[in-house]
Design a binder for this molecule. Structure first.
Ligand code: AMP
Length: 280
């Protein structure tokens, strides 16, 4: 595996692959890799001649009171995992390469996709994500872009950006990978205390209770969300930020739950922000 820091060097490799008619799968990450990331890598390896993973903790997508400084960074362990997965290149730029002095462009996303869910609680977040991913795509120039359903709003936003800006890449969304107790894998899980880690699976447990009520015939979103809240309220350390039922495609809120509805949650536990979702 080649480790590349300079965007120009990444472009050189991308150009070489293109001239060899190779397809390239790209998995952007912020590192602290876990099995959720590795499943994206495996999907890419299956479908492409070469796979590139990026590791970059993007300051643009963190708010001033968010956990940019505390975000887990485990580069040595990440390198080892990616070597084992036979990734062809790791693109690991630093802030100097990504946002050199004088950097002054932004990708701005508007519309219904950034009205609800995480958007009101994380102003500027999705513009930061869109900006960095467009830059990363410019460096890697992949055939396919691998994203996780765990960050469903991010995936929806990036699909929109790819469409709107005519980016020549095919987004591929991969299912949520969970721990044995149902907790959605996340780099931030590393920041939970032991007690917090024990409680954290309640998010998915509550979403599943919601789904089972829907399966029994309850379609009223307010009632279903109420039941989910009751389950989460059993754990007093869980501070709910939002719980919403939305159309999985448009992310617009729905009153009636039906196939294609996504129920999404964000909550704080030990000051760590966790998100999860389930699609009916
Ligand atoms: P991150 O490093 O958290 O920015 O995530 C990088 C990519 O991995 C994003 O597309 C995430 O949606 C995806 N991802 C993170 N956790 C999971 C998970 N548990 N299951 C599936 N995909 C995930």
């Amino acid at each position: 595996m080649k480790t590349i820091v300079e965007p120009k060097q990444m472009q050189d490799l991308a150009r070489k692959w293109r001239s060899e008619k190779k397809t390239v799968g790209f998995v952007p990450t912020m590192g602290a890799l876990h099995k959720g990331h590795l499943e994206l890598v495996r999907a890419s390896r299956k479908e492409n001649d070469a796979t590139v993973v990026s590791i970059y903790v993007n300051p643009l997508q963190f708010g001033p009171r968010e956990d940019y400084q505390q975000y887990p960074r485990t580069l040595e362990a990440d390198l080892e995992l990616l070597e084992k997965e036979k990734v062809r290149a790791l693109f690991a730029p630093t802030n100097r390469e990504m946002y050199p002095a004088g950097f002054s462009s932004r990708v701005e996303v508007s519309g219904s996709l950034v009205q609800g869910l995480c958007a009101p609680y994380r102003p500027g977040h999705f513009n930061g994500v869109a900006t960095v991913v467009v830059k990363l795509l410019g460096a890697v120039q992949p055939t396919r872009l691998y994203l996780g359903q765990k960050d469903a709003q991010q995936a929806a936003v990036l699909k929109q950006v790819v469409r709107d800006l005519d980016l020549d890449v095919e987004p591929v969304i991969c299912p949520i990978v969970r721990e044995h107790d149902g907790l959605a894998m996340s780099s931030r899980n590393k920041r939970l205390t032991l007690a917090g880690r024990k409680v954290a699976p309640v998010l998915y447990k509550a979403l599943k209770v919601g789904k089972s009520i829907v399966d029994l015939g309850q379609a009223d979103a307010e009632k279903v969300l109420g039941e989910i809240k009751n389950v989460m309220a059993e754990e007093r350390s869980v501070k709910l930020q939002y719980l919403e039922a939305v159309d999985a495609g448009t992310l617009a809120p729905v009153k009636e739950i039906k196939p294609g509805t996504m129920i999404a949650v964000a909550a704080y536990l030990d000051n760590v922000r966790l998100i999860d979702n389930i699609v009916i």
